[in-house]
Design a binder for this molecule. Sequence first.
Ligand code: UDP
Length: 473
Amino acid sequence: MREVRIDPVSLNRLARLLDAERAGRLNNNVALARRILDGRVVWNVNATASGGGVAEMLTTLLAYSRGAGVDARWLVLDGNPRFFRITKRLHNFLHGSPGDGGSLGEAERAEYESVLAGNLDNMLSLVRAGDIVLLHDPQAAGMADGLRAAGAHVVWRCHIGRDTPTELTDAGWDFLRPYVSRAEATVFSREAYGPRWLDRRRSRIIPPSLDPFSTKNVMLPPADVDATLRYAGLVDRPAEQGSLAFGRRDGSTGTVRAHGNLVVAGDVVPRDGRVVLQVSRWDRLKDMAGVLTAFATNLSRLPSDTHLCLAGPDVLGVSDDPEGAEVLFECVDLWKALPIQARQRVHLMSLPMDDVDENAHLVNALQRHATVVVQKSLVEGFGLTVTEPMWKNRPVVATAVGGIQDQIVDAESGLMLADPSDLGGFTDLIAGVLDDDDLAQRLGDAAGKRVRDQFLGDRHLIQYVELFSELLP
Ligand code: UDP
């Protein structure tokens, strides 16, 4: 197991964004947390230190927790390719998708348990009786029993889920049941996500939150957005050499390299083109392919200066996401089969992952550059890729699935598509925003306000304090 270093960040930074009453409530709760934790460590365990929404949130919340004097720590578990294939299958099952078509039987259980037994050994040398351990997602669930036996308070937090159970979700939950039922409490992002057999009295709902100061969300002036996208070779003529400075989350400076061109299918986006953007992992449930098809087959309904950008991580060689490259190549093949007029307007982008901050800075610039941001997920646990552009006052068009329904108030702080298979309807919603600047402005402004009111870290941290007060009366 690997411990991720977290540099403390003062809560004042967040408190400055809040009105006096909200800041006061946050400070009171943090003082309460210090009192009830009384020197106990709050351990967080997940499968990856970078990439994806969970890593994103842990980075922020643990930094604030440490800044507030709580000993919060983060461990990333060790796995092998077989283990990650099984946990990805579990992830897909819980979303109701067959994934790679494999099953979750006794052989898979044996592999899962054996990898986690090794991780548990490691943890038992670190965790003391009375500590709190937050196990995140299916990858870490199997350690609940061993940690409780050692006297820790174990919470399992699940960041994924699906509104309506299916045979596959049931099969996924059957696999997890012996582990999850050993946790003292569980946390889900939405009420509907818990399995049928869950003991609701020991379960809490805590939706995710966004950090306004992270590299991905921090304010960028338009000139920096332009320069960044040109350096990366995403928009306009690529810069030929050199590098461009940007601020990292921890206050240090990083650089965007002159990448030439990160567009893996299509040309560089013209400078005066308006951008419709989806940022996602290359995962079938994010339906990048559906966005591409909707845009390309309904091109005549869209203003002629609009370009579609589909941006995801550079997946080649990434071990904990075996499906990523496959999904990216499927999209490239779809792109190749488009008529030339559509190919000129669609751009697939692969953002470097070797420097997570550089990747985040590029996402920030792309989201700020976009005229409309879309998220056409078929299933979505929460969808930070919706919260992020909302915070940046972008109008968002998204499917009404999972946690997206809690984020967007339809027709007020974004537009929602009820039926994810309605490609024409999806394009019409996008065209409606592109054709109406007032609507775009109104949706974007309301989106920013909604994130400020509901999805910042203070609400999230306070909900954790409430949970800890129940565990440590
Ligand atoms: N993301 C990123 N680079 C990429 C693609 C995605 O940094 O190339 C980020 C995205 O900005 C968001 C997170 O990964 O912060 C994805 O979180 P979300 O909740 O939307 O979905 P998940 O990937 O957890 O299913």
